[in-house]
Ligand binder design. Structure first.
Ligand code: NDP
Length: 419
């Protein structure tokens, strides 16, 4: 059917590439382009001959629009899949607009340098006006809406698991299960164990920025912000068991608050073990999570980037990780005038993911929906010019594809609610 340019070749991209190669009716050709070309070549070597998909590789600096455009003009893809980092979202969107090609990603924009005065001025205004202080928000990418509309192109934002699948669950619940959704609790449980005292399951810099930030939730039309990790609940997850989970700010709350009519409250909880939290607090206290460069023996170093170099690469956790994830959304609301609840969720097994594609379940649960999101655009099942999040499209073909491509979902019609 067509060609995809995949940018990035880390933990999540590894799964995306495997999945595109399984779905070679849609992804007839792929180009893997990243900063370190040897990683792209290694995965090409691993897959070539085992898939009808034709694979090419290239080196690209995705912070550089001209370099991206040269690659896009030469390869002429039907879609650019941004599986690099949120730092590159805007440059890749710019390149897509310049070259006339559709775009998708798995996480919303945040800047690499949070001390940049130009960015900081806009950020501080947004904190005051919107009421949440996370470094990432949708405003930067939503500002491209008109440009994509005028160009007749589609940008699909955040097609991973959360954001991504969680919004497809919301759109499905809105379409099929409820007349009115009152509350949404998004639960992200990782019951996996990789055996290290401390490691993150995806890019450490992005992950630690996210979980060390203040938490926030949407209630009665506005944000409520709370100190990091200050709301804790215990929940008994199907096939995982009892886990402590903490309320975090998460990007899909922002778009769901806009797109689910009259929703009263949206919260996001993620499970963490005590050892993870103790390590994180300690690293934070000594300044290792800082993004502000410091002078060290004549060199400028960014503490969190130095920490990343010390921590295990998430892409190498696959063979060590055992256990399951359980991620989904609990809904309360009304159907036919009666109160109703539902939990839509997926359970994913780390070891099964490793057997299939050589990755742990966090990369798998992100990479599969990234492939599916791109396939929705490539097959024309989702197509409208502009910039959209997952819940703004028909959930049915996406939900069907989740069952087909390795993330089957189920509905519990009587879940235990989170107080
Ligand atoms: P990794 O750090 O493992 O991989 C990132 C890749 O991007 C690396 O290959 C890196 O190159 C490449 N890259 C970084 N900067 C550039 C650049 N300037 N030009 C070209 N390539 C670049 O990250 P993950 O795979 O763990 O995460 C990928 C994305 O997925 C992130 O945006 C993350 O936020 C998102 N994510 C989304 C989730 C969801 O559910 N929605 C869940 C988990 C992650 P190099 O190899 O040289 O370092």
């Amino acid at each position: 059917m067509g060609k995809a340019l995949i940018i990035g070749c880390g933990g999540v991209a590894g799964v995306v590439i495997h999945k595109c190669c399984q779905n070679s009716d849609v992804f007839e050709e792929i180009m893997i382009a990243s900063r370190t070309k040897s990683k792209c070549d290694a995965i090409k070597e691993q897959l070539e001959g085992r898939t009808p998909t034709k694979i090419r590789t290239a080196k690209v600096d995705a912070d550089n629009v001209d370099e991206l455009c040269a690659l896009i003009d030469e390869y002429k893809p039907d879609i650019v899949m941004n599986i690099a980092l949120p730092y590159q979202d805007l440059t890749i969107m710019d390149a897509c607009l310049k070259c006339g090609v559709n775009y998708m990603d798995t996480a919303n924009y945040e800047p690499e340098d949070t001390d940049d005065p130009a960015w900081r001025a806009i950020y501080e205004k947004r904190c005051r006006e919107a009421g949440f202080t996370a470094y990432f928000d949708y405003s930067w990418q939503w500002a491209y809406k008109e440009k994509f509309e005028k160009a007749g192109l589609t940008a699909l934002l955040g097609s991973g698991f959360d954001p991504g699948v969680t919004q497809a669950y919301c759109a499905y619940a809105q379409k099929h299960l409820f007349d009115q959704i009152d509350t949404i609790d998004i639960l992200d449980c990782n019951g996996g164990d990789h055996g290290y005292p401390f490691a993150t399951n995806f890019n450490p810099e992005i992950n630690l920025r996210e979980v060390s930030a203040p938490g926030s939730y949407w209630e009665d039309g506005h944000w409520v912000e709370i100190p990091a990790m200050s709301i804790k609940r215990e929940y008994d997850f199907d096939q995982v068991g009892r886990k402590d989970m903490y309320l975090l700010h998460h990007e899909e709350i922002e778009s769901l608050a806009k797109n689910i009519p009259n929703v009263k409250r949206i919260r996001f909880f993620m499970t963490f073990g005590q050892s993870y939290l103790t390590h994180m607090k300690c690293l934070e206290n000594v300044g290792m999570l800082s993004t502000t460069p410091i002078e060290f023996e004549g060199h400028q170093i960014v503490p969190i980037q130095f920490l990343k170099a010390l921590l295990p690469d998430p892409a190498t956790l696959g063979p060590r990780t055992k256990g399951k994830t359980n991620i989904g959304c609990i809904f309360t609301g009304k159907k036919d005038g009666k109160e109703k609840t539902a939990y839509i969720y997926n359970v994913c097994d780390h070891e099964a993911c490793y057997r299939e594609v050589g990755s742990q379940a966090i990369s798998y649960t992100t990479g599969v929906p990234a492939m599916i999101g791109a396939a929705m655009l490539m097959t024309g099942k989702w197509s409208k010019p502009g910039v959209y999040t997952v819940e703004e499209f028909d959930p049915d073909p996406y939900m069907e594809a989740l069952n087909k491509w390795g993330l089957p979902w189920q509905v519990n019609g009587n879940p235990v609610l989170v107080d």
